[in-house]
Design a protein around this ligand. Structure first.
Ligand code: ADP
Ligand code: MG
Length: 450
């Protein structure tokens, strides 16, 4: 394919304008997004490679490299993951699948920090590169394609982009950012390394940077031909609890959920027995806007022996707990497990039950802190009630977690509290249902009992 100039889909142009004009107060996130794409690309290769080991060619060790060139004023993020064909580069970097942009825009709050946090959530993370770059060059070759079928994609981040075929021996993708004048401070090893440490430490494959050495003669740092990992390259959930700080747990949650607020609670356990797995489950502080949508995808990512298998693994959590975020890493499931298989697997059933028990135990624990639990309940209480009709095995535990308005005061009450203050000889509990609390309170039927 000779060089072609193509236009961005209108939505993309709109998005690019937004990115460059309103997300610049938190520019660091570009690195998080590009490293996340590089890591996704490696996950995809590992996954496709399960059925076709030839895709690994002669480079089985997957990694991400972050390099910079002070003279050329560029930063390059390279991965040896799945790569892109020319058509994929056109499709994936020129258009936005689903309704990514629209969704993204409709969620913007005007608070730049919060909005920047959202960008990865709607499948538009790549474009965050244009916060710091006025030109991006992507070179790629899809795993398994011949060397002459590499692709170069270039854009200045306005109306159009160019694509051409190139020769590329390395499998995978390099994204080169040509930095804007005001982004020079990213040409610094320490700076890049600290951003990676902050946002990408949880990435489970090595993120490498070139070592540097002080050269007294030149009185400058010079790069050595040696690369070292600058992240822990170790899936957080696979580490021992005692080696993980609260900040690391919270940061991992934010990366997982795109939430800007720290979670209310979490629970991290290695479960042994007939089914072995690790669970790291989080209770968010705030309910998402689409909480009521029962088709909303579950918030659980599934890994098998550290290999990423799928997002939104709905089989691992009952629907009434769809708002719980977290990771499950199974030691037993086959790597090529599909969604269909998940529905039938006995191991999955055991994991789902284990997750459910764990969440209910976390909530039971939280309920001892009335203020915290009231806050939680305001957001999630009603969806928790769905569980009564859905999860018969846990009805008693669930019932204990429910709270109700009562005539006794303004606070919500549990059944246990209600029983504790029942008058001697009271044999009945009367309840009333209504559209809302005010309607119930003003109901003429209630008057009789008062
Ligand atoms: P998302 O990662 O949520 O899909 P992005 O805007 O970050 O959205 O990336 C868009 C798409 O571009 C990705 O889904 C992927 O298909 C492709 N892509 C981006 N970076 C890479 C990469 N390093 N290797 C392979 N494909 C990539
Ligand atoms: Mg992405």
């Amino acid at each position: 394919m000779s060089k072609q100039t193509l236009s961005f889909q209108a939505e993309v142009s709109q998005l690019l304008h937004l990115v460059t004009h309103s997300l610049y107060s938190n520019p660091d996130i570009f690195l998080r997004e590009l490293v996340s794409n590089a890591s996704d690309a490696c996950d995809k290769l590992r996954f496709e490679g399960l059925n076709d080991s030839a895709l690994f060619e002669d480079a089985p060790n997957l990694d991400v490299r972050v390099a910079f060139d002070t003279d050329a004023r560029t930063i390059t993020i390279t991965d040896n993951g799945i790569g892109m064909s020319a058509q994929e580069a056109i499709d994936h970097l020129g258009t936005i699948a689903k309704s990514g942009t629209k969704d993204f825009m409709s969620h913007l709050s005007g608070d730049q920090k919060q909005d920047a946090q959202l960008i990865g959530q709607f499948g538009v993370g790549f474009y965050s590169g244009f916060i710091v770059a006025d030109k991006i060059t992507v070179e790629s070759r899809r795993a398994g394609l011949p060397v002459v079928e590499g692709v170069r994609w270039t854009s200045g981040g306005t109306g159009d982009f160019e694509v051409e075929t190139i020769e590329r021996s390395a499998r995978g993708t390099s994204v080169t950012l040509h930095l804007r004048e005001d982004a020079s401070d990213y040409l610094d090893r320490w700076k890049l390394k600290s951003i990676i440490g902050k946002y990408s430490d949880h990435i489970s494959l090595p993120i490498l940077m070139q070592k540097e050495e002080w050269d007294a003669e030149k009185s400058a740092h010079v790069k050595l031909d040696e690369w070292e990992a600058v992240n822990s390259a170790n899936a957080l959930w696979a580490r021992s609890k005692k080696d993980i700080s609260d900040e690391q747990y919270a940061e991992f949650y934010k990366n997982l959920s795109y939430d800007t607020e720290a979670p209310l609670a979490w629970s991290h356990n290695r479960v042994e027995g007939s089914t072995e797995y690790t669970q790291l489950l989080y209770i968010p502080a705030k309910a998402p806007q689409d909480l009521w949508n029962r088709d909303r995808k579950a918030g659980i990512k599934l890994y098998v022996k550290r290999v990423f298998i799928m997002d939104e693994a709905e089989a691992l959590m009952p629907a009434y707990l769809r708002w719980v975020k977290g990771v499950v890493d199974s030691a037993d499931l086959p790597l090529n497990v599909s969604r269909e298989l998940l529905q039938e697997s006995r191991d999955v059933k055991a994991i789902r039950e284990g997750n459910t028990r764990r969440v209910l135990a976390m909530l039971d624990d939280m309920s001892k802190d009335v203020e915290k639990y009231t806050g939680f309940y305001a957001g999630f209480g009603a969806v928790l009630k769905e569980g009564l009709g859905e999860d018969f095995a846990n009805r008693d535990k669930l019932a204990k977690l429910l709270r109700f308005a009562s005539t006794a005061g303004t606070e919500l009450t549990s059944l246990a509290d209600y029983k504790a203050r029942m008058k001697d000889g009271q044999a009945t509990i009367y309840y009333i249902t209504a559209d809302n609390l005010a309607a119930a309170k003003n109901s003429p039927q209630l008057e009789v009992f008062r």
